[in-house]
Design a protein around this ligand. Structure first.
Ligand code: GLC
Length: 440
């Protein structure tokens, strides 16, 4: 992971993409006003109105599901659907006539050249709408709004969910400079010193920023040494050069082959909610075929992809649950077994989720230790903002993650702060920071 992070900072096209976010500061509490936040990252789209007032905020929202045929249809259909949802939300809030500043949380890898533009590098997490990769997703949204011709928005920021999470946690704790998602997908962002983002050297955007910020005689190098920028690592791509082959099992290989993006996001496929259930199913299938489980009966249910959702993993692993209850969850899933079978299934779930938490912990250890070394510190004390169902709802994931970071980065004191409304509040905060800068 550490090597991958360093490589990605130097050049484009690496497995860990290290995407510049053009977010230079965490919030300072002076953010004011009303903002819209739009959030696309999983099976739902959320439209939100966030209002900041004297270090407090209020949030109103509506959730819209994205039908599978739209997730996997054309880009135009997808963005038309988003515009329709925003229109409904503005109607509902009575805000259709107001042109509000908006932050767009789009939780997929985007190559940004400024805070309000970014081209989609690739889809992840099962999305595959056509004609989007290589396109500016902010322009696509603006065009869909124009086609609809019913309302207008001022989209001021494109935001990854990790960055939104970091920002929303930094609003509560100024020591927060890392944002992490352990949910459907797995990813992390952190504040990196600008001088370390070597691949930005040639970019005009950044040179302009230096000119703007340099005061008087100060040299560019001096200015750069103080400046930071949040980098969206897209660490889910670790292993896409096969460097994780020692860890990857035949079960992981099966899950990868049958995914919509074989060979891609290999680290994500070991660590995120979208895939853990499938890994468990592959193990159970193998054990059953070998006659070690379910009396060797390979049922249609067991052969059905996607039956094990993360929420079942969380339930099965809960210590509060007696074995009989595990057995009844399995029965609800159409898997009839004995109490011994339940013990085995629980073991398998535990092994898969424990490995995921340990891998994330190892990744996070690499990041915090890098920050510590870059600053020449003997000890680093830092806060990590976290979001995602795996972190928040799984009974053991957060504990194992924490323990692993403790073991693998013994010189860092890491505090975990679960984010409150990361994607909404965070995107609105970024929009607020951008807006306030423009007004100055
Ligand atoms: C996937 C996306 C990434 C996002 C993560 C968590 O890894 O590529 O952009 O942050 O999922 O939602």
């Amino acid at each position: 992971m550490r090597e991958g992070l360093e490589a990605g900072l130097k050049s484009k096209g690496c497995t860990i993409k290290m995407l510049p976010s053009f977010v230079y500061h965490t919030p300072d509490g002076t953010e004011r006003g009303k903002y819209l936040a739009l959030d696309l990252g999983g099976t739902n789209f959320r439209a939100m109105l966030v209002r900041f007032k004297r270090q407090k905020y209020r949030l109103y929202h509506k959730i819209y599901t994205i039908p599978l045929e739209i997730m996997q249809g054309t880009g135009e259909e997808l963005f038309d659907h988003l515009a329709q949802c925003v229109c409904d939300f503005l109607d509902y809030m009575g805000l259709k006539k107001v042109r509000l500043p908006a932050g767009f949380t789009f939780s997929f890898p985007c190559q940004q050249s400024g805070i309000d533009t970014g081209t989609l590098v690739s889809w992840t997490k099962g999305f595959k709408a056509t004609d989007c990769v290589g396109e500016d997703v902010v322009s696509m949204l603006r065009e869909a709004i124009k086609r609809r011709n019913e309302f207008d928005l001022d989209i001021v920021a494109l935001v990854n969910d990790t960055v939104g999470t970091m920002m929303s946690c930094a609003y509560e704790d100024p020591k927060c400079e890392v944002g992490m998602i352990a949910g459907t997908g797995s990813n992390l962002c952190y504040m990196e010193e600008l001088k370390n983002i070597e691949k930005l050297e040639q970019s005009n955007g950044i040179l302009k920023t230096n000119e703007q910020t340099s005061e008087g005689e100060e040299s560019e190098a001096a200015v750069k040494s103080d400046l930071k920028m949040c980098v969206n690592t897209e660490w889910g791509g670790l292993g896409d050069d096969r460097c994780l082959e020692d860890i990857i099992t035949p079960y992981d290989a099966e899950v990868d082959i049958h995914s919509v993006n074989p060979g891609k996001q290999r680290f994500e496929k070991l660590t995120s909610g979208m895939y853990l259930g499938e890994i468990v199913r592959q193990v159970l299938l193998d054990l059953t075929r070998r006659g070690l489980l379910f009396k060797g009966h390979v049922t249609e249910t067991l052969k059905t992809p996607g039956i094990f959702e993360t929420k079942y993993l969380s339930q099965i692993e809960s210590d509060r649950l007696a074995l009989l209850q595990v057995r009844s969850i399995l029965q609800q899933l159409g898997l009839r077994g004995t109490c011994d079978d339940s013990i085995i299934v629980k073991e398998v779930c535990g092994a898969v989720s424990r490995r995921a938490a340990q891998m994330c912990g190892a990744g996070l250890a690499a990041v915090v230790d890098k920050i510590r070394e870059d600053r020449g510190l003997e000890r680093l004390s830092t806060t990590v903002g976290v979001d995602g169902a795996l972190y928040k709802l799984h009974p053991h994931f957060s504990q194992v993650l924490k323990e692993t970071v403790g073991v693998m980065a013994p010189h860092c004191d890491v505090t975990f702060l679960p984010s409150e409304e990361g994607s909404g509040k965070g995107a609105a905060l970024i929009a607020a920071v951008v807006r306030q800068k423009q007004e100055i």
